[in-house]
Ligand binder design. Structure first.
Ligand code: CA
Ligand code: CA
Length: 146
């Protein structure tokens, strides 16, 4: 069993998908979670590549947010698209990062990710409120790679 497989149980994954659905009731923004074990690249640069690979730059308002996690490296990145970055300062995600880190340090990965997602939904609500007839532009499933 790889680190990645043992990182979250099926139930944990279901809870994370449910959190994304919940968060996206607050905002037109689209949240995705990508998990892998390890990358040789800088985690931020690599998260940007994953963002492209997942076609996350294709949302109408450019308001996708990626939570990228490298389990073996004990690193994670929160990356917002340019529609968000235009409106907020670069430390916009810091409180969310800190919240997630607190849970991760205690080994509670599922709860850290869930709480992070819910907080991102609330933060985005101000700039990109949910509107009637909103489209789910990006799948809520967790994506993974080797
Ligand atoms: Ca949406
Ligand atoms: Ca979605």
């Amino acid at each position: 069993m790889s680190v990645k497989d043992s990182f979250l149980t099926k139930q944990d994954e279901d809870a994370i998908v449910a959190a994304i659905q919940e968060a996206e009731k607050n905002t037109s923004g689209e949240i995705r979670v990508h998990i892998e074990a390890h990358t040789e690249e800088s985690h931020y640069k690599h998260a940007e590549k994953v963002f492209q690979q997942l076609q996350m730059h294709q949302t109408k308002q450019r308001n996708g947010v990626l939570i990228y996690i490298a389990t073996q490296d004990h690193k994670f990145v929160i990356l917002g698209d340019e529609g968000i970055n235009k409106m907020v300062s670069s430390d916009f995600w810091n409180a969310t990062k800190n919240l997630m880190q607190d849970y991760f340090r205690k080994g509670n990965f599922k709860e850290g990710i869930v709480q992070g997602i819910l907080m991102i939904g609330k933060q985005l609500k101000e700039f990109f409120p949910y509107q009637e007839g909103d489209q789910d532009e990006l799948p809520n499933e967790i994506s993974k790679s080797e």
